[in-house]
Design a protein around this ligand. Structure first.
Ligand SMILES: Nc1ncnc2c1ncn2[C@@H]1O[C@H](COP(=O)(O)OP(=O)(O)OP(=O)(O)O)[C@@H](O)[C@H]1O
Length: 198
């Protein structure tokens, strides 16, 4: 479902990712774990098509992709509901119902705007948006950051439900203890440059 093949990427002459192959199948969650600055986010951005690799290929077998990145990239003047509707397609009434359901599952007031929210609420809004597009592929960067134990557990439950429903998940997390909450293949990166064959 996600196929990153023989990818190379350098920044400012420093090689960050070398000849890396990483495949994530349907019904599979893969978690990238490793030290800060090693290039995990960059690899996720390459998977999402936000950053072009210097060489190698990325193919995703679905255009239905839900993303939540470390910078939540929410529109501050739009309500929580409108932030979700912005990325949703289909009939408006159906989209509103779907968005409302995900806001409810993530404990959010649909009328609140991002600047009124705590960091954890903004992270939950970013996650609700990722799930609301009914993705086949989920790309999540530190989905548990800023969340308390209860919301970490609920987020893990939604990730697992997505996987069990046939989706593919590629995520980056420092918090290995949460990886027990869902079935996940963990890929450890000890040091850079990233060289994976997984
Ligand atoms: N746009 C950019 N311009 C220059 N350097 C960058 C850019 N984006 C990332 N980097 C550098 O690339 C390296 C990898 O960054 P990246 O965010 O991918 O690491 P990470 O493993 O996800 O770290 P963390 O766990 O702290 O988020 C870092 O040294 C970072 O400073």
């Amino acid at each position: 479902m996600i196929a990153i093949e023989n990818v190379n990427f350098a920044i400012g002459g420093t090689s960050l990712i070398q000849n890396t192959t990483l495949r994530v199948a349907a019904r599979e969650a893969v978690c990238l774990c490793g030290p800060s600055g090693v290039g995990k986010t960059t690899l996720l951005e390459i998977a999402a098509g936000l950053t072009a690799p210097d060489s190698g290929t990325v193919s995703l077998d679905s255009a239905r992709i839900g993303c939540a990145f470390q910078d939540d990239i929410l529109v501050p003047w739009l309500t929580a509901l409108d932030n979700l509707l912005l990325v949703m397609t289909g009939p408006l009434a159906q989209a509103r119902a779907g968005a409302g359901g995900w806001l409810d599952r993530f404990g959010l007031d649909p009328d609140m705007r991002p600047p009124q929210m705590s960091g954890g609420m903004r992270r939950r809004l970013s996650l609700a948006r990722a799930f609301a597009v009914e993705p086949e592929i989920l790309l999540l960067d530190e989905p548990f950051a800023f969340l308390d134990d209860q919301w970490q557990a609920r987020t893990a439950m939604h990730v697992e439900a997505h996987r069990q429903g046939g989706g593919a998940v590629l995520l980056v997390s420092h918090q290995e203890r949460h990886l027990d909450a869902f079935q996940c293949r963990t890929v450890f990166i000890d040091h850079g440059p990233i060289k994976l064959s997984a």
